[in-house]
Write a protein that binds this ligand. Structure first.
Ligand code: ADE
Length: 226
């Protein structure tokens, strides 16, 4: 999978890719991530990439031209499955969306800044708009990092134990059951006996029941999802 991230502040998003699972995915050659500084596509002598809003109003708007130049240059090199714009008014990211996107070959992620992008960018280039939640960030970069993390860990071969992604919270619309490690007793706080029993069928059933109970208590809305 190849991900091209377009931003006015690429340095804001580079570090999550330099550690842990994302770094390993890149080192193993399973994922390629390329950062593009929008200012490199500005034809303006001050390298501006934004301008005042037509009609007045507070806040600058990201101009169509540098974004057009950057996306057009990328599209000339390869075909993209999705051109994603990070924005608080996009579709709220969830695990099902991450699962679907982890199968794609090439994607572009455009990070918004200031008031956002000129609507013509959204109308003519963007194929998917994603929000990471109902709150407003200073820019799309942190959202893009979260989106990439959620997708990349699902790319086949990235997690050493493939089943560990399948048992994550939200897969099958259930939150994960409680987990424990050694010691079996600490300050009198005991690990449930069933987990020490060696009866794996009974353990699976216990985990299923706990996942259901936990979801019913915390996120009953998930149980109604398709
Ligand atoms: N940019 C600003 N706020 C955002 C959000 N909630 N999700 C994605 N991109 C954003």
């Amino acid at each position: 999978m190849r991900i091209d991230i377009i931003s006015v502040l690429p340095e804001l998003i580079e570090s999550p890719f330099q550690a842990s699972i994302l770094k390993r995915a890149i080192t193993k050659g399973l994922v390629e991530v390329h950062f593009h500084n929008l200012r490199d596509y500005s034809t303006n002598k001050h390298k501006n990439v934004d301008d005042y809003q037509f009609g007045g109003g507070a806040g600058m708007v990201m101009s169509v031209e540098p974004i057009d130049k950057c996306i057009t240059a990328l599209k000339a090199e390869r075909e993209y499955d999705e051109i994603i714009y990070m924005t608080p008014d996009g579709e709220t990211l969830n695990q099902q969306m991450a699962n679907g996107m982890s199968m794609l070959k090439n994607i572009i992620i455009l990070c918004g800044h200031y008031k956002g992008v000129d609507q013509r960018v959204r109308d003519h280039f963007i194929t998917k708009e994603i929000s990471i939640g109902d709150y407003v960030l200073s820019g799309g970069e942190l959202g893009a990092a979260i989106l990439c993390d959620a997708i990349i860990r699902l790319v086949p071969g990235v997690l050493s134990n493939e089943t560990s992604a399948l048992t994550d919270s939200f897969q099958d619309n259930l939150l994960a059951p409680p987990i424990y490690t050694r010691p079996a007793e600490y300050k009198g706080w005991k690990v449930p006996d069933i987990l020490l029993s060696g009866n794996f069928a009974a353990i699976d059933k216990w985990r299923e029941d706990k996942a259901y109970e936990h979801t019913k208590n915390r996120r009953p809305d998930l149980l109604d999802r398709e």
